[in-house]
Write a protein that binds this ligand. Structure first.
Ligand SMILES: CC(C)(COP(=O)(O)OP(=O)(O)OC[C@H]1O[C@@H](n2cnc3c(N)ncnc32)[C@H](O)[C@@H]1OP(=O)(O)O)[C@@H](O)C(=O)NCCC(=O)NCCS
Length: 163
């Protein structure tokens, strides 16, 4: 399945495979103070019927088909939950996260989700800006939700209206 082509390096957004996990873990560890483990990612492939896992993969001529970014989201009946999103640090500010979130919103809408929700660390300005630009607004604060470091989570939500 190829759902989206971006202009820059012509990456495509397509489903992740277990063969992508080494590259995904490498990006994960460089992106979060409390990264998901291999087991947690594997559970998204094998043990979770609600989970969708997509990557932005480079298709630039002469390059390995490297993973540039990825997203994990759950479709739980009428609710789309953004569970994980990260972009390879050297490839940020190129619209990759925007494209992946848009992909999740399109899939969610197609499958009947009515709203999208996510949690984000209060100090994560980059992610908060991204989500606000994409129509999410804060609906609640979960005090001391995160550890390492202890920090509040903002719960953000967006209605999924018909396009
Ligand atoms: C947050 C993250 C996913 C953004 O990925 P990205 O591909 O760089 O985002 P985009 O290029 O699509 O950015 C879209 C918009 O978000 C905002 N944004 C993104 N990074 C930003 C930053 N460092 N500072 C301020 N605003 C930022 C900007 O408004 C940006 O638009 P612009 O580049 O035209 O100004 C990326 O920084 C990342 O992987 N961070 C570590 C993991 C993480 O925090 N994941 C989210 C957990 S909730």
């Amino acid at each position: 399945m190829r759902v989206k082509t971006l202009a820059a390096d012509r990456p495509v957004i397509e489903p992740a495979t277990t063969e992508d996990l080494d590259q995904i873990l490498c990006i994960e560890q460089r992106s979060f103070s409390e990264p998901w483990t291999r087991k947690m990612f594997e559970a998204e492939f094998t043990g979770n019927p609600f989970a969708h896992f997509a990557v932005a993969r480079s298709t630039a001529a002469g390059e390995a088909r490297g993973i540039m970014a990825y997203i994990v989201f759950w479709l739980v009946f009428e609710e789309l939950r953004l569970m994980n999103l990260a972009v390879e640090p050297t490839m940020r500010r190129r619209g990759l996260a925007t494209a992946l979130v848009r992909h999740a919103l399109v899939v969610g809408r197609e499958r009947g989700a009515r709203r999208a929700v996510l949690e984000v660390r209060a100090s994560n300005e980059a992610a908060r800006c991204l989500y606000e630009r994409m129509g999410f607004a804060q609906v609640a604060l979960r005090a001391k939700y995160y550890t390492n470091p202890i920090e509040d989570a903002l719960l953000m939500e967006s209605a999924l209206l018909e396009p």
